[in-house]
Design a protein around this ligand. Structure first.
Ligand SMILES: Nc1ncnc2c1ncn2[C@@H]1O[C@H](COP(=O)(O)OP(=O)(O)OP(=O)(O)O)[C@@H](O)[C@H]1O
Length: 372
């Protein structure tokens, strides 16, 4: 058995994510397939928020694994990355420790963005089947996904997916109560309710237009079981902090644009898909470090019918063509919330803050994406 072992994975299983099926999926499908393919695994069943974070923050033998496998949604991936961020070796681990995802949560934007690059149909079944195949295959390959640096009033985060405030953030958070019964459909129901009861929030949005500055993002594609994380770390550059795309001393950055107004929605994404329906930002690429910012000002919409139109248009990817939806590609953005009662949502998780600053970086994580 020892000779045929292909490598090993550290598996995080959230028994309560999505419809609560991850234990079953692991016991019946993932575990037996890994066994058949001689891939060893160490399983952590998360007991609550911050469990995975604490494990990854303190684990002393991460280097022996070929990757981390997460059976949950974007929320647990976010937590895992931010556990790693607390380590001294974080910026060497990020591009060396591939993250695999078996979609058990209600939001799987990262997985959908990665799989859609290779043409997987965005239906629940196709996404699940392909994710299972990649997660358990000895021929699994991983590739780069851009990472973003985020500062709030009290904390620093690593993020990979989205920053939301206003309409879409409210829908995401307020519809969580239907998670078990409706799964991904909770967004549709929540959207209908919210557009009947429309709110606007006062805020100040500051951004810088993205400039390439000679940076050509490139993807590092590699076999997950070719090397261990430790071996990859030894061969990697010695990066020990954020590599910001706009460095403070760089005078070539574009001017800052400031908008202070009543906002209906601010939604910025760094990947194409926020869920398994159509892409929210069709032109976003995994390794590219630009932030696709869109916003809707209260003064630009006619009636609440416009908002229902916007939410429906997301499913057909025509939402960005609506005249009241402003969109811009930025290298940094700062949102200052000037009114009460709203949620700031980062990668699908609520963050308690009145100010959020997001910066494009040249740091990457790596995610299971295909099979050779
Ligand atoms: N045993 C547990 N019980 C409750 N919460 C947990 C448990 N294990 C992990 N968590 C937390 O649950 C969240 C899971 O979010 P994730 O996105 O992975 O799944 P989800 O079902 O899509 O949930 P959500 O809709 O809240 O995002 C994470 O923030 C994690 O900290």
């Amino acid at each position: 058995m020892q000779e045929t072992c292909r490598g090993s994975l550290l598996v995080f299983l959230n028994p309560h994510s999505g419809k609560g099926k991850s234990l079953e999926t692991f016991a019946h499908t993932v575990g037996p397939k890994l066994d058949r393919n001689s891939i060893r695994y160490e399983v952590v069943i998360t007991t609550g928020p911050n469990h995975a974070r604490n494990v990854l923050m303190t684990k002393t033998d991460l280097e022996k694994f070929n990757g981390v496998l997460i059976l949950s949604g974007d929320g647990l991936v976010f937590e895992a990355l931010n556990g790693i961020l607390c380590r001294d070796d974080a910026f060497r681990i990020f591009p060396s420790l591939p993250i695999g995802i078996v979609p058990s949560g209600s939001g799987n934007g990262l997985l959908c963005s990665v799989l859609s690059k290779y043409g997987t149909k965005m239906t629940e079944k196709s996404v699940m089947d392909r994710a299972l195949e990649i997660a358990t295959s000895p021929a699994a390959r991983a590739e780069s996904v851009a990472l973003y640096s985020v500062k709030t009033d009290n904390e620093t985060f690593a993020a990979f997916l989205s920053i939301g405030w206003g309409l879409m953030a409210d829908i995401d958070i307020e519809s969580e109560k239907w998670r078990k019964s409706l799964g991904a459909h909770r967004f549709t129901v929540g959207g209908f309710i919210r557009s009947c009861n429309l709110r606007s929030y006062k805020g100040r949005l500051t951004y810088r237009i993205y400039e390439q500055k000679g940076f050509e993002p490139s993807s590092n594609v590699f076999g997950v079981y070719d090397k261990t994380t430790g071996q990859r770390m030894e061969e990697s550059e010695d990066i020990d902090t954020w590599q910001l795309h706009d460095s403070p001393e760089d005078s070539t950055s574009s001017e800052e644009v400031v908008i202070e107004d009543d906002f209906i929605n601010v939604y910025a994404v760094t990947l194409s898909h926020i869920a398994s329906d159509g892409p929210f930002a069709p032109s976003a690429k995994l390794e590219d470090n630009r932030i696709h910012l869109s916003y809707i000002l209260w003064k630009d919409i006619g009636t609440r019918v416009d908002i229902a139109k916007f939410l429906l248009a997301i499913e057909n990817q025509t939402h960005l063509d609506l005249p009241f939806v402003k969109r811009v590609e930025v290298s940094s953005m700062k949102l200052e919330v000037l009114s009460d009662g709203s949620y700031v949502v980062l990668d699908g998780e609520v963050v308690e803050t009145k100010t959020i600053q997001v910066s494009a970086t040249r740091n990457n994580i790596c995610v299971f994406s295909s099979t050779a």
